[in-house]
Design a protein around this ligand. Structure first.
Ligand SMILES: *Cc1c(COP(=O)(O)O)cnc(C)c1O
Length: 381
């Protein structure tokens, strides 16, 4: 337990009420699992602050473990990685034509290009930068999210080749994204692969010579060999999320989230707990107050069926999770200041997957959902 009479210097580094500890050994293990299984270069996807694990720290660990590319959504994310000193190839795929494309091009960030408007914006920015942009053309193969439809693809390839001949850019890649890769059935990705092969052939006929062809996400990399092409883009698997339905690849969850008991009270039977009294105590009992809530990323859906682990034992969350705090029903062995495991990796501890199932969502949303009050720490033991 923390000494309440804090030293003056502790005020400048306050003791966090809750902490995410990232296990870099787990991330390195997950990168090696992907490399072993896919037998292809791995692009470590560190978007959204590496799914909440810290983009700079995870990028360093992933590259040290053998990943060769870094992947992010936005140009801003790519620029911060360059700013942090990474010189590995970086691919950014969610290109806002109004973002700092000139800086990205100067810093050799590979930019996705899904259509003619973005191609124009990239070509104009490359003229200002005085450097040919590195471009990966994006084909939509069945997600109807970003990318060029088959009907726009011929014109995009032709325009990209013209821009190449003018020296505005180099088409270094052709890529797409899989909508159905988590389904282990091989036919789930077959139509996307057929469309991709047709698109790659159109690019070849337009005299484009992309070095990289990539479509696989974690699930593709792990479960669908024919999606692996020249490299795989892996996010979820890096963080230990098993995304292939019904399959396990021995990935290790990298995030542990803990807090501590800051109040303990004895409460009589028949007492309503929390907002709306959604829980009423069945007997005289002990309630522990834990200072995290939905404002910190603990889903309110954990109010019914959620649990915490204290001293290796599970205790039910009682009443509604509040914005800043939640209550667990404990017993006489729990002490003020005890560590509370919210998400852990050990057997018997709640996982991000358990939270996700209670909240009808996916572990990705749980891991990216923690707020700034939950400190982020790194363990490289
Ligand atoms: C998030 C994302 C990935 C990583 O997908 P995972 O399933 O997390 O491996 C790859 N490519 C794109 C375009 C993405 O948005």
């Amino acid at each position: 337990m923390t000494d309440l009479r804090s030293e003056p210097e502790q005020r400048t580094t306050p003791t966090p009420l809750a902490t995410r500890v990232v296990d870099h050994g787990a991330i390195a293990h997950n990168v090696r699992t992907l490399l072993d299984r896919a037998q292809r270069p791995v692009m470590a996807v560190v978007k959204a602050d590496a799914f909440g694990h810290g983009a700079v720290e995870v990028a360093a660990t992933a590259l040290a473990a053998g990943a060769t590319w870094l992947g992010v959504a936005t140009v801003d994310e790519a620029l911060s990685l360059r700013g942090a000193g990474f010189d590995a190839p970086i691919f950014a795929w969610l290109i806002d034509p109004w973002s700092e494309l000139e800086a990205a091009i100067s810093l050799r960030i590979s930019l996705s290009c899904p259509n003619l408007d973005t191609l124009d914006a990239i070509a104009a920015a490359s003229a200002r930068a005085g450097v040919a942009a590195l471009v990966h053309l994006e084909l939509d193969t069945g997600m109807a999210r970003g990318g060029a439809a088959a009907g726009e693809w011929v014109a995009l390839c032709a325009a990209a080749r013209e821009a190449e001949l003018r020296g505005a850019l180099v088409v270094d890649g052709v890529w797409s994204h899989l909508a159905l890769a988590s389904d282990p059935a091989p036919q789930s990705v077959a139509s996307a692969l057929a469309e991709f092969a047709a698109g790659a052939e159109v690019a070849r006929l337009a005299a484009l010579r992309p070095a990289e062809l990539h479509i696989a996400n974690s699930a593709g990399a792990l479960a669908h060999p024919e999606t692996r092409m020249t490299m795989v883009r892996a996010g979820a698997a890096l963080y230990g999320i098993e995304t292939v339905t019904g399959a396990r690849y021995g990935l290790r969850p990298a995030m542990r989230v803990t807090s501590r008991v800051i109040q303990l009270r004895q409460i009589p039977a028949g007492t309503g707990v929390g907002y709306h009294h959604s829980f009423v105590t069945a007997s005289d009992t002990a309630l522990a107050l834990i200072p995290v809530g939905y404002g910190d990323g603990v889903p309110r859906a954990l109010s019914h069926g959620g649990r915490v682990v204290i001293g290796g034992r599970s205790f039910a969350i009682r009443g509604l999770v509040s914005m800043d705090q939640l209550v667990a029903e404990v017993d006489g062995d729990v002490r003020l200041g005890d560590e509370v495991v919210l998400i852990g990796g050990a057997p018997g501890e709640p996982s991000a997957a358990e939270w996700a199932s209670l909240a009808s969502t996916i572990p990705h949303e749980v891991l990216t959902g923690f707020g700034t009050r939950v400190a982020l720490r790194h363990s490289r033991a």
